[in-house]
Design a protein. Structure first.
Length: 292
């Protein structure tokens, strides 16, 4: 990295038609602020692998579900890892970045997660329910999600081969999301109406709420990056994890007061600056050792 301002390749799909969200607006806002501190270029996710050389870091933001371009995404990952290109969020995430297996692992380990199985022989481990949620293990953005009555569950496609996840249809009061930069909590938003997931309002997180959310951030072990912990509040007051988004979480910045948006941008800017500095410091140290 030169002494000049860090050069950042910012990966986003400004035209992705996200339901209830405006990816393009959020990234236009974020890049307008990040440009105050970094030399920034935007690119579509399909172009990232070809363009990443020559930048000090690649930032993956609202790039849409990678299910739409799996070969290209795998090529991007492989090239970044082989060339030592710093990617933010780092590619070591264990949650949505790696698929939905983590929900099974966390459920089996006793974490407060919606009970989850992936095979017909394990259905008995789920709480009895009138309806069940069936979704692809490699899924995102509710693509392929089905809700089935209990009597149709055992014979449903995918349950016999482990390609889907099965969860009871939870009766919850509302959904709430906790947003972190590195391991620092930034803000929380909730959807008071369960039928309107993306109509969000600021939420005052309690100490117990943050203890819940931090368990998952600590488990994931990402030193740098943005994570969103999505949870639902069930009728007895308990929080259960719905999703741990560690690849390209939408931030719903438009739902925040201006001062909270500014605070988030400040935290992100500082995190990204540390990330680039540490990544290139480590690469420089490795180069010095190899040449010694």
């Amino acid at each position: 990295m030169s002494a000049a301002r860090p050069r950042i390749l910012y990966v986003t799909d400004l035209a992705y038609p996200a339901r209830g969200r405006r990816y393009g607006d959020e990234d236009v806002f974020l890049t307008s602020r990040l440009r105050e501190h970094f030399d920034l270029a935007l690119c579509h996710p399909l172009d990232a692998a070809a363009l990443m050389d020559g930048y000090d870091a690649v930032v993956v933001r609202n790039s849409g579900p990678v299910l739409g371009y799996p070969k290209e995404y795998d090529a991007f990952r492989a090239r970044a890892l082989a060339g030592g290109t710093p990617v933010y969020n780092p590619l070591s995430g264990k949650a949505d970045m790696a698929g939905k297996q983590y929900l099974l692992d966390l459920s089996a380990a006793g974490f407060p997660v919606i009970p989850t199985v992936d095979r017909a022989e394990d259905l008995h481990r789920l709480p009895a329910a009138e309806r069940y949620v069936v979704k692809p293990k490699l899924g995102a953005d509710s693509l392929g999600l089905r809700i089935l009555p209990a009597d149709q569950l055992a014979g449903s496609a995918g349950i016999s081969d482990g390609s889907v996840l099965v969860q009871p249809c939870i009766d919850f009061a509302y959904e709430v999301s906790f947003y972190f930069v590195d391991d620092d909590f930034q803000y929380a938003l909730h959807a008071p109406d369960p039928e309107r997931r993306w109509e969000l309002q600021p939420y005052r997180a309690t100490a117990a709420d943050l203890e819940f959310a931090r368990r998952f951030v600590d488990w994931n072990g990402l030193v740098h990056g943005i994570q969103r912990v999505d949870a639902c509040r069930v009728r007895d007051g308990e929080l259960l994890l719905v999703e741990l988004e560690d690849l390209n979480p939408y931030l719903s910045l438009d739902a925040l007061p201006e001062e909270d948006r500014d605070a988030f941008v400040t935290a992100l800017t500082a995190s990204l600056a540390r990330f680039v500095h540490q990544a290139h410091g480590a690469r420089g140290t490795q180069g010095a050792l190899l040449s010694a």
